[in-house]
Design a protein around this ligand. Sequence first.
Ligand code: CTP
Length: 401
Amino acid sequence: MLAGKRILLVISGGIAAYKSLDLIRRLRERGASVRCVLTRAAKEFVTPLAVETLSRERAYDELFDLTAEHEIGHIRLARDCDIVVVAPATANILAGMAQGFAGDLATTVLLATDRPVLAAPAMNYVMWANPATVANIETLRLRGVSFVGPETGELAEGETGAGRMSEPLAIVDAIEKRLSVDAPLSGTRAIVTSGPTYEPIDPVRYIANRSSGKQGHAIATALAALGAETTLVSGPTRLADPPGCRVVHVETAQQMLAASLSALPADVAVCAAAVADWRPAHPGNAKLKKTEGGVPPGIALAENPDILATLSRHAQRPRLVVGFAAETENLLAHAAAKRQRKGCDWIVANDVGEGTGTFGGDCNRVHVIDGAGTESWDPMGKDEVARRLARRIAAAIAGAA
Ligand code: CTP
């Protein structure tokens, strides 16, 4: 279950840091790759050389390490992994995480990551029971951080109580558990279309629309985060390629269709792209010239293929096909009709009328229409819409399995 998983291990400064060396070994035995970040205090207990030797990766320890910034920035370090594990997690680093500090590489990485975080606390039992630590743990739990341990037993100072870091094998089990909870779509394949299409008129001009691709890219990110092997077929956008996805860049609707079909077979398809319905039928090879006092040229249009309808009716139809309906009036009625017409399972209806700010904006108000009815969601960020939709997709796939 851990084979191929990428683990970012943050080692903070406690005596239990020596156990982290064994943790690295155990994780690698199970086929995971481990990259480590050490706090300054951690280096008092374990050496970067020992960590590098066991992990067979470079150990990172300073925020402003220019070579590291050049090779791999701290943002990438925070995201190029499947899970971030903090072991040992001292009272100090937990407080830093709860407060959102970013004073060194370890806390910066923890603040910048969008991956699941698991912490294995280790500290004196009085520090563990201190209301400040209790409140920090509560805050972190509410934000989705999970914990393994601490265990009760003899502590480094010869005292007995709750504060001992869990044994490496228990941490390995907790990592496996957290990854399986977080990856309900592992073993499935997803296709997501996103962004606008550009339909050429001539070599310099094209017909396009205002889609930013934000919603589609967020959906691809959310599906990949739940473990789906995700192909994002993206029209031209200003967005960076989302982490963990295979991205195919296209311009026209015809290219988007071809790329989507070559990503089959898949379990899920989400068509969030704003595909141009029409394309210039005869795009010129040379630039259309303006003639003095001449008649404006007419552009003959041809109908574009419908990617959503094609996937919905394909012999290799994904188990779940989800479309979007961008409407400016009669939202629910038009969207429900569109679902029937295109043959998809769900349609996510959103109002893109003037003043809604949906196109290009960060917020969305959607209604999910499926065979059972309509579910209206409160207005929320596009990232949150994506995460909720991905969780709904995971539940539907699990239910149908
Ligand atoms: N869609 C598609 N291929 C097309 C047109 C639309 O895959 N050629 C998909 C979109 O990605 C979206 C859904 O179909 O999931 C509906 O898109 P929308 O633009 O709302 O619908 P249209 O089919 O273009 O209908 P209309 O413009 O008449 O509202």
